[in-house]
Design a protein around this ligand. Structure first.
Ligand code: DC
Length: 236
């Protein structure tokens, strides 16, 4: 079977990465979490004071630093999933903190940040055989992807999933803060000028509000089988 490109887009905290990782593992593809790349840049900005305590973003400094930042993914033997590295340091835990979540939509709305990361993402997927999740993968990064999925779930469900995830890790979590963050990120992601979150015309919608992880995994593998078979037929 020829390798294809799989783009999984959708709202924040709707389980995209769980399903994308699981699919990639089953079919032997590389999983790339494009959101982790925007988060890594945001973490860098917070740690280096490029985002000031008053929230101001020093775009001139960010532009200067961006070309020198090295983001990579290295498989974690314990979890079986790739961890995010920033300049050789594992930042997988740090990029999931609320201080990063609450600033990442602003950083990812900056056009030159998007241009730089989209270029890297396209290069990571140039040989196909990737499952990439994000907001603009099917519309901008890989508009020719053979399989495009658009995932959605209602905001309350998504906030509750995120709350449970943070609690399970032992983090302090406040449900109302998380719900507010989910709604605010939806708003910024959908209304930004460059590559706003939207469903590609040829994407298949999955509303997983009432689906178990197992059900959505089964649904996704079925979509993969169909898309890969169609691609095979087309090229034969
Ligand atoms: O998937 P996530 O919640 O970890 O993504 C973090 C943020 O990055 C999200 O608020 C929107 C942004 N993002 C983006 O703009 N484009 C992508 N391809 C992936 C994420």
């Amino acid at each position: 079977m020829k390798r294809i490109t799989i783009a999984i887009d959708g709202f924040s905290s709707c389980g995209k990465s769980t399903m994308a990782k699981s699919l990639a593992r089953k079919i032997g593809y590389t999983y790339i979490d494009s959101g982790a790349m925007y988060r890594a840049v945001t973490l860098y900005c917070l740690d280096k004071g490029i985002i000031a305590p008053d929230g101001n973003i020093d775009e001139t400094r960010l532009r200067d630093c961006l070309g020198k930042l090295y983001i990579s993914f290295i498989p974690n033997r314990l979890t079986g999933s790739p961890d995010t590295y920033l300049d050789g340091v594992n930042v997988e835990e740090d990029i999931r903190q609320m201080r990063v979540s609450s600033q990442v939509s602003r950083i990812s709305a900056i056009p030159f940040v998007r241009e730089a990361l989209v270029r890297q993402q396209q290069s990571m997927g140039k040989n196909k055989g990737v499952v990439m999740d994000g907001r603009d993968i099917g519309t901008t990064v890989f508009p020719d992807a053979e399989l495009k999925i658009f995932v959605t779930a209602d905001a309350q469900t998504r906030a509750m999933r995120r709350y449970n995830e943070l609690k399970a890790k032992g983090d302090k979590a406040n449900f109302d803060d998380i719900l507010h963050n989910v709604i605010e990120r939806d708003r910024i992601d959908q209304t930004r000028k460059v590559s706003p979150l939207r469903k590609a015309d040829d994407a298949i919608t999955l509303d997983n509000s009432n689906m178990s992880v197992k059900q959505q995994d089964e649904w996704l593998i079925e979509q993969y089988r169909k898309a890969a078979a169609e691609d095979n037929d087309r090229k034969d």
